[in-house]
Design a protein around this ligand. Structure first.
Ligand code: BG6
Length: 494
């Protein structure tokens, strides 16, 4: 589907996000013929890029990070649409340059383009930029002008509310696109198809048949030079408050009656609103934290978190977090959702596991099977992309011996070609004005509200055992204990 003429301003045009993700995503959309005939991209930052230096900088990003690098010719055609605007975003007078560009672009295109302002800058710069943009006439056009906000969206509930209030002063909710890049992943979007385009799963998708759910988002990397940012964030804020709670919503939500953006988001926010609010006294029963020490990661020596650049030598920031959530509604009452995430863990994987209850009665001889809870649906988001249904089968032979087997749907085997990257999907949706995959103000606030007691308690009570897990492990013992108390284990794929 062709979209309307487009003018995209990227604040943070010289930054990492544009270099690695945004520009490659726009280039891939261009190669897929998904960009409009008329479009302009304006990178904005403070630095000067004389001559064609800016274009060269972005090309390098394509060579390193684009999923398709090919054609020199294509890049030449694409880069004609890119310009660079050096600008001090703290100087309100300079914003007139933006209005001028918008006017000139309108003249060039012969129609008023849709305008996107993408905030790919440090969060502390966002309020200044938003306030200044808010004074421009082009931003009052609520149909044609949109603003994209990157994470982190606030540092806690209070700052998220403030941010929402500030945005609402200058833009309507329909103009605001809050990014959670997990929602752009193909395998994440497919959860809705799996659940609501099939009649098979929904009847058993509840407390009567599901024993518990696990969500793991583990990473092998450490903080990768982002110590300065991570030190004030930690695993709970960086991954659970946003990405993991969004995955939990996809598993937990009721069926939408349409694919309308607000309908889907209403159903998701219902899950967040139903998540059990725990008191501060209960935090230790529901959450565990960890921090990696120095050690070895697949044969390579790695520094401990406290030795990373930008990190305090006695830092109490968690690089691992595990939480047990409950959705207190009719569908999910009593079903635990165990989630965990961490840096420098044994494997890079994002995977959701739905563990079904055991068969209600088992006529087979005891020696027939070792596993009495075989029924499990595993949804691998990345890097593996598959859905696997595990069930019990009889092994060939004279005796009745049972063992679990897997029925697998794998993306690469099933579909030719590569899937678009999350940012391609999300940028396309912003251009189309479709907010389904973006966070609404109330979703963000509800998600903060849920994790606040844990944040508060962890902040107030210093951990006594940090660092408490080695690189290349599955995290601290406390996380094992959290789930073992309920008679379960974390399911590790590797
Ligand atoms: C980001 C976090 O939002 O998500 C990073 O800030 C993390 O710390 C990243 O590494 C993980 O994303 P993905 O898509 O690689 O799982």
């Amino acid at each position: 589907k062709k979209i309307s003429p487009m003018l995209i301003f990227i604040f943070g045009g010289s930054g990492d996000l544009n270099y690695r993700k945004l520009n490659p995503a726009l280039f891939n959309l261009f190669m897929d013929k998904a960009m409009p005939d008329n479009f302009s991209i304006v990178g904005i930052a403070r630095s000067e890029y004389p001559g064609n230096e800016y274009e060269k900088h972005l090309k390098e990003g394509i060579d390193n990070f684009s999923r398709r690098k090919d054609s020199h010719e294509e890049w030449k055609n694409f880069s004609k649409h890119i310009t660079y605007l050096p600008m001090d975003v703290n100087n309100e007078k300079e914003y007139a340059k933006i209005s001028k560009i918008a006017k000139d672009t309108e003249t060039k295109f012969g129609v008023h383009p849709n305008i996107i302002f993408y905030m790919a800058v440090a969060p502390q710069l966002v309020p200044t930029i938003v306030k200044n943009l808010g004074t421009l006439e082009i931003c009052h056009d609520t149909k044609c002008t949109r603003i994209v906000i990157e994470k982190p969206f606030g540092h806690d509930l209070e700052s998220a509310k403030e941010m929402n209030k500030m945005l609402a002063k200058f833009f309507t909710e329909e103009q605001i696109f809050r990014i959670d890049h997990y929602l752009g992943k193909e395998t994440v979007q497919n959860i809705l198809a799996l659940r609501f385009a099939n009649a098979l799963f929904e009847p058993i998708w509840n407390r009567n048949y599901i024993d518990h759910v696990q969500i793991t988002a583990s990473e092998t990397v450490g903080v990768e030079g982002r110590g300065g940012y991570y030190e004030n964030s930690g695993a709970l804020r960086d991954m659970i408050q946003n990405h993991i709670l969004q995955l939990l919503c996809m598993i937990g939500m009721e069926a939408p009656v349409s694919f309308d953006a607000n309908e889907i988001r209403n159903k998701k926010v219902d899950v967040l609103n139903a998540l059990r609010r725990i008191s501060k006294d209960e935090v230790q029963n529901y959450a565990a934290r960890g921090q990696y020490s120095g050690g070895w990661m697949q044969g390579e020596k790695v520094a401990g978190y406290r030795e990373e650049k930008g990190v305090a030598p006695e830092s109490n920031t968690e690089t691992f977090a595990a939480v047990k959530f409950f959705i207190d509604n009719w569908r999910w009452q009593g079903v635990p959702f165990y989630v965990r995430t961490g840096k420098h863990l044994h494997e890079k994987t994002t995977v959701l596991t739905i563990q079904f209850k055991p068969a209600p009665a088992y006529a087979f001889p005891k020696e027939a099977a070792e596993t009495w809870r075989p029924n499990r649906l595993t949804i691998s988001i990345a890097p593996e992309m598959d859905i696997c249904l595990r069930f019990q089968a009889k092994r060939p032979g004279q005796t009745m011996i049972l063992s679990p087997v897997d029925m697998v749907f794998n993306y690469q085997d099933e579909y030719d070609g590569e899937e678009p990257e999350a940012y391609e999907t999300l940028l396309y949706d912003v251009m189309e004005g479709d907010a389904t995959l973006f966070m609404r103000a109330d979703q963000v606030e509800a998600a903060w509200e849920v994790v606040m007691p844990i944040i508060d308690v962890w902040h107030a009570r210093k951990p006594i055992d940090f660092p408490n897990y080695s690189p290349d492990s599955w995290g601290p013992e406390d996380a094992e204990a959290l789930i073992a108390r309920d008679g379960h284990n974390w399911i590790n794929m590797a």
